[in-house]
Ligand binder design. Sequence first.
Ligand SMILES: [Zn+2]
Ligand SMILES: [Zn+2]
Length: 418
Amino acid sequence: MAVTAIKRLNRDRPIRATALAGNGIGRHSLLFEIGKRKILIDPGNQSNGMVKLCQPDIILLTHAHADHVGNLIEVYKKNPKVRIYATAPTKAIVEQVFGLSDQDQPHLVEECLDRIRAVPYQKEFHLGRNIYARLIPAGHILGSASIIITAPEGNFLITGDFAAQPRGVLAPFRLPDMNLRALITEGSLVGVSELPEPEAEKQRFFELIGRTIARERSVVVATEPYGVFNEFALLLSRWQDDAAPHRFQIFINQYLKNAFTSYLDHKEFSDLWLEGDPEAYTSAYLVMEPFGRKANFKEIGPFCYFAGPGSLRREFPRRVVGQILSAGGQLIVDGRFSKSSVQKRIGKRNLSADWSSRTALFHVFNHITGPELKSLILEVARPTYLMHGSPAKLKRFAAEEDFNGRVSVLGLREQIVL
Ligand SMILES: [Zn+2]
Ligand SMILES: [Zn+2]
């Protein structure tokens, strides 16, 4: 009988996971194998060449950061029959990312991007051989997903980058109500203490913009990579309506505009997480074209410009920032930039004595914190593998007594049997 045959086959199938990119911060590629089915989760860009050799049948993308999708085109080139799945906003952002990057094989890029099948959150899809996958909100960036792989052998959760604290735009990660056979999780913030509260940072951010505009000065927000500050851009028009003392223009680039539109086009997002009319979120934005040499900012009046997250040279031009700062404006920078790298990007010529006081770094995290991860692991109560964090900190975390030796760190090229 067919059913029995499938069961027998399944019972004997080995289940393996291999970290193709090691466990450093900014490294995330996992080859998940059930029997002969090879599922590549995130063809990231720092995978020491391994990801290019893995010959997957299926690629699942958690989100559009380069450390998760950077090698997508390369893997596709060697495996043109591969099936690729991601959420619709991830697909849109990936298209932007590869569309912006200088590439010498535009046809290949187009073909590969065409192959990405957009799947909604929570909808199960078949990967073949009795294996299913489901993407659930990960709360990390627009479109980000954690992945549940379901087979007769059990359910496996691969979190990707994820965050459990709400920041006002994305649905945060919530542990699905199911038994898991194993958990494979990132741990970027493990061992990092004293994180500012995201909601308080968000308020501080908006208030600084409001204060600067009230002084008739402009603001540039430098966002890199795609993340929290783009979400804040999405909220800014609403905040301006409700709380800003003066009206001002909000500029974004075409890249961000496309990402917002694709995000808001999907009812599943706007219905669940945005109050009111999605149109109201985008109608207030003006797309800023690259400035001409003789652009006069005074003519535009005070404005807020979200630069990035494309090529920094293109999106965060020295001349723009320099002019705004020397006119008494404000630069707001993602805390992942160091002050010296910001300095470099503004350019020596544009650095006046008080540039530092007009440059504010904001630290808003979009990853799970150590304590949150600990309670998640205790709740799951199954074997847990950590990747994508500082190796030393991950090891210290894994050794916690409460875990009873159930937590281990997945090292580069290490293959585990689940
Ligand atoms: Zn990452
Ligand atoms: Zn990420």
